[in-house]
Design a protein around this ligand. Structure first.
Ligand code: IMP
Length: 173
């Protein structure tokens, strides 16, 4: 089992600053509800909100589509939901990775039912080759190939989330 550094700590830091700059510009003078998609986005979200200059409210949501291992089970279960109504609010969903897009599609359907004024999505990573459920990513960090990545919040069987970089996980080496 080996971990190869794929996106370094510095590259992530620069990207977070770049994304926050755009978000600050787009939402200047407005308040936003930031919805952190647990568990994977916790680190990205924590770094991102520290660079936001607009006033925010924090919410958390958790929808599980993955069990053990690297393959999606295809089913979604909500384990944590937002606590306040989002009607008329500016919502920013913060996700770690859009893979097939199933999780985000289900989350967005659920949040749209609140009738927010607008709903934007920021995702650190996107695997275009695996995408089956198209979602509009308003702010994207990096497009990546079809490799299983870990670190910076992302896990393999709940391990490696603490790594400060994003690595490619290779079970065989
Ligand atoms: P989707 O529903 O297929 O888009 O999967 C989204 C979720 O699957 C993400 O929020 C991650 O938790 C997980 N996931 C997808 N690809 C990876 C990966 O390469 N590494 C770690 N987790 C992943």
């Amino acid at each position: 089992m080996a971990v190869e550094v794929y996106i370094s700590e510095d590259q992530i830091k620069n990207k977070v600053t770049e994304l926050a700059y755009k978000i600050n510009e787009d939402f200047a003078g407005q308040e936003i509800v930031v919805i952190c998609v647990l568990n994977g986005a916790f680190m990205f979200c924590a770094d991102l909100v520290r660079e936001l200059t607009v006033p925010i409210n924090m919410e958390f949501i958790k929808a599980s589509s993955y069990g053990e291992g690297t393959n999606s089970s295809g089913s979604i279960k909500f384990e944590v939901d937002v606590k306040n109504n989002l009607a008329g609010k500016n919502v920013l969903i913060v996700e770690d990775i859009v893979d097939t897009g199933l999780t985000l599609t289900k989350i967005m359907e659920k949040l749209k039912a609140h009738n927010p004024a607008q709903m934007k999505l920021v995702s650190l990573l996107f695997k275009p080759s695996r995408n089956r459920h198209p979602v509009k990513i308003d702010y994207l960090g990096f497009e990546i190939p079809d490799k299983f990545v870990i670190g910076y919040g992302l896990d393999y069987s709940n391990r490696f989330r603490e790594l400060p970089y994003i690595g490619i996980f290779d079970e065989d080496n």
